[in-house]
Design a protein around this ligand. Sequence first.
Ligand SMILES: CC(C)(COP(=O)(O)OP(=O)(O)OC[C@H]1O[C@@H](n2cnc3c(N)ncnc32)[C@H](O)[C@@H]1OP(=O)(O)O)[C@@H](O)C(=O)NCCC(=O)NCCS
Length: 123
Amino acid sequence: MNITLQQTIEFRKMDPADLDRVILIEREIFLFPWSPGNFSDSIKAGYVCQVLEQAGTIFGYGIMMMSPEEAHILTIGIATNWQKKGWGKKLLQQFIQYARGENAKSIFLDVRESNHGARGFIS
Ligand SMILES: CC(C)(COP(=O)(O)OP(=O)(O)OC[C@H]1O[C@@H](n2cnc3c(N)ncnc32)[C@H](O)[C@@H]1OP(=O)(O)O)[C@@H](O)C(=O)NCCC(=O)NCCS
């Protein structure tokens, strides 16, 4: 018998209960990580806060702030072991689709000049 075990990947809204795991990833991938307060403030402010999850394990997240005509992606992160598998791009596409649905005319993602990985990601 041949059984394929395929775990579905879920894109879902970030919940305060997710923050312990999100912070672990944040500290792993950023030189200047956000604090837990930055994340909880973003949830409270009603920003678009998303996580990527497989079988109960969060491996990516992103936060986007919407203004009337533009969207600003404040952060996007994929856990090291999950990078370069296309998940960052999928999350970015989700944000772009959401921003379009809200009639945003432009979308911004700030990247440090020294962050060569992220610059490759957005180029
Ligand atoms: C940047 C980041 C979100 C990319 O996520 P990812 O899942 O690894 O990226 P993907 O696999 O979806 O790759 C998408 C594209 O970016 C490119 N890319 C990804 N990482 C790269 C790297 N380190 N160097 C150069 N290009 C890279 C891929 O080649 C791919 O290009 P393609 O579409 O032409 O094939 C992830 O590396 C990360 O979390 N980095 C640390 C946090 C960070 O810098 N966030 C962004 C600034 S807020």
